[in-house]
Ligand binder design. Sequence first.
Ligand SMILES: CSC[C@H]1O[C@H](OP(=O)(O)O)[C@H](O)[C@@H]1O
Ligand SMILES: Nc1ncnc2[nH]cnc12
Length: 332
Amino acid sequence: MSLHRDKVDLAQLPHHYDGKVTLAVIGGTGLYDLPNLNPVARLTISTPWGFPSSPITISVTDSGFPVAFLARHGQHHDLLPSDVPSRANIAALKHIGVKAIVAFSAVGSLQPEIKPRDFVVPTQIIDRTKGIRPSTFFEKGFVAHAMFGEPFDLKLNKLISDHIPTHGFLEGFDLEHTPTFHTKENTNKGEDLTVICMEGPQFSTRAESRLYRTWGGSVINMSVLPEGKLAREAEIAYQMICMSTDYDSWNENEEPVTVETVVGNLKANSANAAKLAAKLIDVIADEFAKGTGLGDDLTGSMKFSVSTSPHGVKKELLEKMHFLHPGYWPVH
Ligand SMILES: CSC[C@H]1O[C@H](OP(=O)(O)O)[C@H](O)[C@@H]1O
Ligand SMILES: Nc1ncnc2[nH]cnc12
């Protein structure tokens, strides 16, 4: 079943964009473009970690603010969650100047109050991937350790939570189900909302799904890692917005999740997600215009997270890292 809408002919767009692009949206399952914006360029960027999942579309809002868009699983959804080239995706966004990323993801709900078609802004992550995804830009010969106790950017999280009301945030739009916008502060009594990231591509067993509930999991997906870790290493403020599509497998009164359930809810959700994305872009554009330092908190953090003396590092490794953080570790 296709989730794609009719599209502008993106192939005709220029392949370069000269301005600065500070905000990026990563689209997950069901969100393959930003239909409410005006596309102005389509970039194919080669990185030392390969090519991104898809070309990066630069669009501008009505007020002229540029936003980069990247389809996580490719424009035709041909990449398994384990095969998403997250290092290339994040490196390419960093290379064009991105300081903040809002990443969308279709998730299963592990809690009865998070209903299919609701949105969730998580604050914590539990890693259940299996170590088969490259999850760092660093490698043997050049060692660094990034801080990850707060895996999402707190300023971006607060900005989003403060500006999107719990109910009615899609007023006037597809309201067959009025979605709730779940945030730590507004709906979860200050308790973390935790996304479990599993390897997939198969969904969880009932026993696993129940286990994740005992761990305090709120929602489950296959995508937030290593994307969020790599954004941290790239010093980019990162927040995921989860779109609930199913109750996973924990509920004995329901059939365990199937792709049909996910796709059915996504058909409604993807239009809502595109509208929500447009709203969030306006909020974030305003914040950048105010100059409050959004995306600046991490600046310089990786320079001092390195354990290896740069003098002992091979030239090839330093050259790769120069793409990500030019000037941090001069190539000798
Ligand atoms: C099609 S259901 C499983 C799939 O959906 C989510 O993708 P994304 O996070 O990119 O929206 C989930 O993480 C799985 O990859
Ligand atoms: N139940 C689920 N488990 C993992 N990823 C998902 N994406 C959407 N629903 C999911």
